[in-house]
Design a protein around this ligand. Structure first.
Ligand SMILES: [Zn+2]
Length: 630
């Protein structure tokens, strides 16, 4: 083991021993930290499912359906014997849509069955009036996970060659001739190359308020020509809504370079290919293996998930809320809930104090920020009940896995259509109880902490207050800070895009945001360069989470800063495949765990005082370069 000093590398100092012992499972890209807790929950719930599957009458109807879906998915013999058959009808419909007239006639069928279109649209919360819904339109996804990857010729070629190898094997399961397969493959790549020039990169998507671009439906209809988009909307919703929110205006503007008479056939082949790839996992084992191979390559995952685990994971994502409810009721204690809710309230109160003392805000802006904190809602553990939509899901053990999922998809589609003119249900949870994560929802101005994250090292009744503050406390502070990161700052207490700042204050905040970007500028890790703009919102949140928890420590008689910083570092202990690290640098708004551990502390006096950190130490930065925003 290396002899590491805490002053040089907090992450390695705390986690070195554990990192050496950690073995990344063959079916995952990471081990330790969040992944470890996630796996433990998964193991526990997989055992539950094993037992539940034998039970004759499961009282909770949704849980029963989840278990039935699990049984269907893990029936490898049946899936293998059916092969590609369950989706052949759909593939034939896509393929036989020979021209634009026919496509316009079949547009509703395409939407209803999720046959890929050269644009996507759906019902979402209206960012300017978060009690209402709107229709949001964006471009299709690309084969490579980020558009910037198309700009590096070597990388592009290497990855698209791998993808093509996999795609031709997938296509060999269809009834296409050898010649056709080659054509489908080439056309898909050509169509994808045009998409990549039009749609947003991960960095562009990370500024989510920029997704709000209202267009009249007439204009969208014109830009989407030759599609009869308005007709399609009328068929779906029963009328033509007046306005569409365009998430990606550049894509829409360039739509006719992607889709025109010359590219029509390419589109159909591309659509066929994506439909096949997106649903292959629900067919035979061979196809499931193939359709997941590219994702595994990108993440450095050695093997596909074994069938029983795959079946559980699928059931767990389709019936996430009912399963989260089951987990929460059985494994989450009321005592812990009360304790953490108290902690959240204390952290919000401390946040208010910090806002009141902020040197970048005038009184008027402070009052607005405090209003946002006062109205922030807390969702702790798990919701009282699962949403009604789960009652509408049908699972018939005689059906194929694909048919079951396709039916559920349709139920979701009709639910979405129905939602357009209904008020937004702000009691809905963004995460189920068995998920090891936490979030801030800008449109509801609420924070969610699922039961599964409330365990060590994040939280335990048996850990000290200082340890809990370095763990779940900093996470709570992080989520609250999202209300005031570069995106959240543009939304008000009701979850609407609304400027509540004075001009001068916002300028000062923007300057601070730039300083935060600069703090992460030019950092290169063995897997690639860090994109400081992509990760700025998360870095503001990490910084805010640490600031507010250290603020609380100041008034604690038994504050133990060593325990605080060490538990902070423990939370981030994670080992990951290099391929995965490289991928995350391109697409993830969160920075690498090494930086998330080691960057925030160096902005705070407590770090320097606790460990006597000097100029010559690696985790030292000059006082004038230290950034604290909230
Ligand atoms: Zn975050």
């Amino acid at each position: 083991m290396e002899n590491v000093r805490i002053q040089d590398d907090l992450f390695l100092y705390v986690n070195q021993e554990k990192l050496e012992q950690l073995v990344i499972p063959e079916d995952r890209p990471t081990a330790g930290g969040f992944a470890e807790l996630h796996e433990n929950v998964e193991k526990l719930m997989m055992n539950e499912f094993k037992t539940l599957e034998k039970e004759e009458d499961i009282k909770d109807e949704n849980l029963r359906k989840a278990v039935d879906l699990y049984s269907i998915a893990r029936n490898v013999k049946k899936r293998n014997s059916q092969g590609i058959k369950p989706i052949m009808k759909d593939l034939t419909v896509i393929r036989s849509t020979a021209d634009m007239t026919l496509l316009n006639r079949r547009l509703y069928t395409f939407v209803l069955n999720s046959y890929p279109l050269p644009f996507n649209f759906g019902v979402d919360v209206d960012m300017k009036d978060s009690n209402k819904h709107c229709i949001m339109l964006s471009g299709p996804r690309t084969i490579l996970p980020d558009t910037t990857m198309y700009k590096d010729e070597n990388q592009k070629k290497k990855l698209l060659d791998i993808w093509s190898g996999i795609a031709s094997q997938v296509l060999s399961h269809t009834d296409l001739t050898e010649e056709e397969r080659q054509q489908y493959l080439n056309d898909t790549l050509e169509f994808d190359a045009i998409i990549a020039t039009l749609v947003k990169s991960s960095e562009e998507w990370s500024e989510y308020t920029k997704c709000y671009n209202p267009y009249t439906t007439n204009k969208v209809n014109r830009l989407l020509k030759p599609f009869k988009f308005k007709n399609c909307l009328k068929k779906i919703f029963g009328y033509v809504p007046e306005e569409i929110i365009v998430a990606d205006p550049r894509f829409l503007k360039g739509f006719n370079t992607l889709f025109n008479e010359e590219t029509y056939e390419k589109y159909i082949h591309w659509s066929y290919m994506w439909f096949l790839f997106s649903n292959g996992a629900y067919l035979s084992e061979e196809l499931r293996d193939l359709c997941g191979a590219f994702r595994r390559t990108l993440s450095g995952i050695a093997k596909p998930t074994e069938p029983v685990k795959f079946a559980y994971q699928l059931a767990s994502s389709v019936f996430d809320k009912p399963i989260g409810l089951y987990y929460g009721k059985k494994y989450f204690g009321e005592e812990a809930k009360k304790d953490v809710v108290d902690m959240v309230k204390q952290i919000i109160a401390a946040y208010k104090e910090r806002i009141a003392n902020s040197d970048i805000l005038c009184d008027a802006t402070k009052a607005k920020a405090i209003l946002k904190l006062d109205t922030m809602k807390i969702k702790m553990g798990y919701p009282d009940k699962a949403e009604e939509i789960f009652d509408k899901f049908e699972v018939n053990k005689k059906d194929s896995l694909f048919k079951t999922l396709s039916n559920i998809r349709k139920v979701k589609f009709f639910d979405e259509v129905d939602r357009l003119n209904k008020p937004v249900d702000k009691t809905k949870w963004q995460m189920p109880g068995h998920m090891v994560n936490a979030c801030y929802d800008p449109s509801c101005n609420d924070i969610t902490f699922p039961a599964a994250i409330l365990q060590p090292p994040f939280y335990s009744i048996n850990q000290t207050r200082s340890q809990n503050l370095g763990g779940i406390g900093a996470v709570i502070g992080h989520e609250i800070s999202h209300a005031f990161d570069n995106n959240g700052a543009q939304m008000d207490e009701n979850g609407n895009i609304n400027n509540w700042w004075t001009k001068e204050d916002y300028k000062k905040f923007e300057k601070k945001t730039k300083e935060m970007i600069r703090e992460f500028d030019g950092i290169t890790l063995p897997w690639g360069e860090v994109n400081s703009k992509l990760i700025v919102s998360e870095n503001i949140a990490d910084n805010g989470g640490m600031a507010v928890t250290l603020h609380i420590m100041k008034d604690m008689k038994d504050a133990n800063y060593e325990e605080y910083f060490i538990n902070w570092a423990k939370v981030w202990c994670q080992k990951a495949k290099p391929e995965y690290q490289a991928l995350l640098l391109k697409v993830d708004v969160h920075g690498p765990v090494l930086l998330r551990t080691n960057m925030p502390p160096r902005n705070f006096d407590e770090w320097y005082e606790t460990f006597n950190v000097k100029k010559t130490d690696k985790m030292y930065i000059e006082p004038k370069k230290r950034v604290v925003i909230w």
